[in-house]
Ligand binder design. Structure first.
Ligand code: GDP
Length: 358
């Protein structure tokens, strides 16, 4: 799938850069263009991408702190500049636009829904969000910001591919220490998803096409990504269990939104050497996915790659009704109330039946 990426805020910029690097290193050429947008000048300076600084008048290049309402405002005021920077970058070849952002901060959290809205007005192709949810250990401001940002971006985007910062980090590492490792995992997994349909060798009936990614995301709402890989035998017949166990592992312990397995649609991409991919294994894995997701729309396809491993990459569409998402929205709601109480200290005295002194 030929895509254009727009990274907003610090996490959005860093991730976009990682995705561009992965795509180039693998020679996939799925990413047609990329741009980083931020209200903090120093964050942009550390990136090797074309950049647009927004909100200069309001925040003078110093960022919006954790104020995502201000993040939304500065993006709205400077949307024209971002659109001009995109001119010529979004060619007829592009099949989708991805707006990439951490949803818990300020610039990305507030800016991503605004930019998605603006892009939808101008471009015919699908506009997706790639959003990062704060881990449980992050403070209440991050949870509250992410809740409001997620709600709005889901309304605006054709689909929101969500990655929970708790999902792919090794135990024992704090989220902060783990950022680089998480970003690497995201780049690899999302990178393979984007490159699906870009395969040149072994193009045949079973090879995944980018329209299958788009159709899986067509139900809108929230999407999640699962991934697992293992060494494979040269004999495809010996790899049936490898494909089924990769598929289980991807869903049961390696999903970008853990346990969000109730889905409207699914796509199973089996990546690896075409000669090693067992048809029977792929069929079995698809059947298992139908049962696990409760979806009758399970698509499948190969992604031929020169490797001695086989990987299962699974895209789930429409997972917003899963218990994990409800749990997050509860967390965000509580955090939002907590943040509002902080803003108005007088509120704690509201129902205490004490009289003021004067
Ligand atoms: P912004 O620059 O104001 O948009 O704020 P950030 O991009 O720093 O967003 C903060 C949110 O993104 C927090 O929830 C962080 O956990 C998350 N975040 C920040 N940097 C990274 C990163 O490099 N990788 C990942 N996965 N998450 C990040």
């Amino acid at each position: 799938m030929k895509v254009v990426l727009i990274g907003i805020g610090q996490a959005g910029g860093k991730l976009t850069q990682k995705l561009v690097e992965f795509d180039a290193n693998m020679d996939f050429n799925a990413i047609q263009g990329a741009l980083a947008v931020n209200s903090a000048k120093t964050d942009l300076q550390s990136l090797d991408l074309d950049t647009v600084l927004v909100g200069q008048e309001r925040v003078k290049g110093h960022g919006v702190g954790g104020d995502n309402e201000l993040g939304a405002e500065v993006m709205q005021s400077d949307a024209g500049e971002v659109m001009s920077a995109l001119d010529g970058r979004i060619t007829a070849k592009a099949e989708a636009i991805f707006v990439v952002a951490g949803l818990g901060g300020g610039t990305g959290s507030g800016g991503a829904p605004v930019l998605v809205h603006e892009l939808q007005r101008i471009y015919e192709m699908p506009v997706y969000a790639l959003g990062i949810l704060p881990g449980r250990g992050e403070g209440s401001m991050y949870q509250a910001n992410a809740g409001r940002s997620l709600k709005t971006v889901v309304r605006e985007a054709d689909a929101t591919l969500l990655i929970d910062n708790d999902a792919w980090h090794e135990s024992g590492q704090s989220v902060g220490e783990a950022f680089d490792a998480i970003n690497q995992q995201i780049a690899q997994r999302v990178g393979i998803l984007l490159a699906s349909g870009e395969a040149v060798e072994g193009v045949g009936e079973s090879v995944v096409d980018s329209s299958e990614v788009i159709n899986t995301l067509r139900s809108g709402g929230i999407a999640a990504l699962g991934y697992a890989s293992a060494g494979a035998s040269e004999e495809s017949g010996e790899n049936i269990n490898t494909v089924t166990s990769n598929t289980r592992q991807a869903i049961l312990s390696n999903l970008s939104v853990p346990k969000a397995t109730d889905a409207d649609s699914a796509l199973l991409v089996v990546a690896g050497d075409s000669d090693r991919i067992p048809r029977k294994g792929v069929e079995k894995a698809r059947k298992w996915l139908e049962g696990e997701t409760g979806s009758l729309q399970v698509r499948g396809g190969d992604f031929p790659l020169d490797s001695d491993r086989l990987a299962s990459l699974i895209l789930l569409g429409g997972v917003e009704r899963s218990p994990r998402m409800k749990e997050f929205m509860e967390r965000a709601k509580e955090a939002n109330q907590q943040e509002e109480r902080k803003e108005d200290p007088a509120e704690m005295f509201q129902n205490d039946e004490l009289d003021n002194l004067f």
